[in-house]
Design a protein around this ligand. Structure first.
Ligand SMILES: NC(=O)c1ccc[n+]([C@@H]2O[C@H](COP(=O)([O-])OP(=O)(O)OC[C@H]3O[C@@H](n4cnc5c(N)ncnc54)[C@H](O)[C@@H]3O)[C@@H](O)[C@H]2O)c1
Length: 269
């Protein structure tokens, strides 16, 4: 890869590092020569992605709902390391944010679920940017990348979920759309030293590990979703890596406040 795309010796802070996307992102950054600082409430299963990279990663087990714990973590990072890139990727796909539970449907969604969606989908990125984004501004350079969603731009049609217990609650779309607007706001206030951009992934189902948001290939929701994807396949976290490397590296040095939609064409139809 040409020097403009190089991540060699850059230090990347990644939230949600123990999750489906996070594990692939971590491996890709390490392969590209970066050092990584990984944050998640759980790191179960990440070991195999870190094998052979000893000395190039640090792990922080943090519950991001705990604002003090998160602040202490960011302060510790700033006081012990330079940070070049912040990737806000964590999200709580559990019942607390109203996923796949009858209580989370539009007619039932509670104030608490909507607040948790805001915290998880917008505020976690805001708090991390307040700490690490401004540290990068002081240091004179940096890049923040917010992981939003196709559902910040489009919305799920109700027929998608007919006959299943699955669904994607209103707070998710609201919080991820808010994150896109925050991306522009932060790009304005952190300029010119720090660039702030977003990536909005499409349908990238977790077919690997049983979690709250994992799904099987024959799930009817997935079958219906796939009919709308122009490139005629579901995405994989590896499909996001090119965009991430672009936004994290000097290759995108004149790009800020933007959103790159990586969804196989889902949102244009
Ligand atoms: N998978 C998709 O199809 C898809 C599509 C569009 C956008 N996204 C976005 O991509 C990002 C990653 O999604 P994913 O599919 O890897 O999900 P995931 O659930 O596998 O990963 C999310 C990670 O966030 C962590 N997390 C949850 N609550 C936390 C807390 N309280 N404190 C700290 N960490 C916490 C989880 O432990 C998990 O490792 C999310 O922001 C999601 O909204 C995913």
């Amino acid at each position: 890869m040409s020097d403009r795309f190089s991540l060699r010796d850059k230090t990347i802070v990644l939230t949600g590092a123990g999750g489906f996307f996070g594990r692939y992102f971590t491996k890709a950054f390490l392969d590209e020569g970066a050092k990584v600082i990984l944050i998640d409430i759980s790191m179960d299963g990440i070991e195999k992605y870190l094998e052979g990279y000893e000395g190039r990663y640090r792990l922080f087990l943090v519950d991001l709902y705990d604002r003090k714990m998160a602040r202490d973590c960011y302060e510790q990072i700033i006081s012990t390391s330079r940070v070049d890139v912040l990737i806000n990727n964590a999200f709580d796909f559990g019942k607390k944010t109203g996923f796949n539970t009858h209580d989370g449907r539009l007619e039932n969604a509670t104030y608490e679920q909507l607040l948790a969606s805001f915290e998880s989908g917008s505020y976690w990125a805001i708090q991390a940017t307040q700490a690490l984004g401004f540290a990068m501004k002081e240091q004179g350079s940096g890049s923040v990348i917010n992981i939003s969603s196709m559902y910040a731009i489009s919305v799920p049609p109700p027929h998608l979920y007919e006959g299943t217990d699955r669904f994607n609650p209103p707070g998710y779309s609201m919080a991820k759309a808010g994150l896109l607007q925050f991306t522009k706001y932060a790009a304005s206030f952190l300029s010119p030293e720090v660039r702030v951009n977003a990536i909005s992934p499409g349908a990238i189902p977790n077919l690997e590990k049983k979690t709250d948001n994992s799904i099987s290939t024959d799930d009817p929701v997935l079958q219906k979703l796939s009919r709308k994807i122009l490139l005629q396949r579901m995405g994989h976290p590896r499909d996001l890596v090119g965009g991430l490397i672009y936004l994290a590296s000097d290759a995108s040095s004149y790009v800020t406040g933007q959103n790159i939609v990586i969804d196989g064409g889902f949102t244009i139809t």
